[in-house]
Design a binder for this molecule. Sequence first.
Ligand code: PMP
Length: 296
Amino acid sequence: MQYYNSNTVIYLDGRFVKAQDAKTDLYGQSLHYGLAAFEGIRAYKTHNDTRIFKIKEHFERLKRSCELVNMPYPWDNNELIKQTYQLLKLNNLKDAYIRPIVYSAPNMTLIAPQEVSIMICAWEWGAYLGDKQLKVCISPFQRPNPKSTFVEAKISGHYVNSILATTDAKNKGFDEALLLDMHENVAEGSGANIFLEKNGKLYTPTLGNILAGITRATVIELCKVLDIEVIEKTISVEELKSADSAFFCGTAAEIIGIHTLDDTVFKQRWHDSIGATIQRAYKNLVLEKVNYEVII
Ligand code: PMP
């Protein structure tokens, strides 16, 4: 996968520069200790030009992630939003995945940095987990303990856990991993939240031990409009395995059905599931095929 070429432009600390000419420092905490905050955002080509879905919410979460880990955030989000649209224009991107990242200036101490940089790049990226229902395994790796870090912050270092879980799942022949929390209850995928369907209702783990996904919040909003009950609760592995169907949701993955969990096959055909309805509604929403105000 080629993320950039000789024409690609990135946004770096207030300027647009060629990706191939941009430089970063090798003496920063971000590289050495994983202290950087980032986002994953998607832009969609709609009938109204390109729209970046929930861009405000993503930049708000970026700011919140920085605040939680004591990184300065000296930027105005409205300005960053404007520059992100400009970035897409300069790269002639209509459908895109957008990655802002805040990282430290040279600093080898273990004290939160005083100086930071922001970089925003974008590239074309299809559905991260593909479009077929997934074979998922329960990972031997738990999600980080909320008493060890701020799990609600999207911090680079947390993604070592995601990489370990995904690599383990792939090595065992699965498509994706499901991670449990420190109490061995269902938490989330390596880069997506999870919902299960049981007797016509949706269930999803409560916030606290998981990333507060913007897609998760969107699914809950869509369910209000569609009159589908959603219950946020602690979910055991047994409950998940006895579900009628289940799906992952996330900006990169969008909405994607889960076919099997370890050797359990979900009973419901995906096409008949609530997840499939949500998948269609989500697509219509991001593509603005429905009136946004009516849906949300
Ligand atoms: N959980 C984790 C661990 C993630 O990395 C992501 C992707 N950001 C999500 C959930 C889904 O979050 P969102 O819907 O905001 O993309």
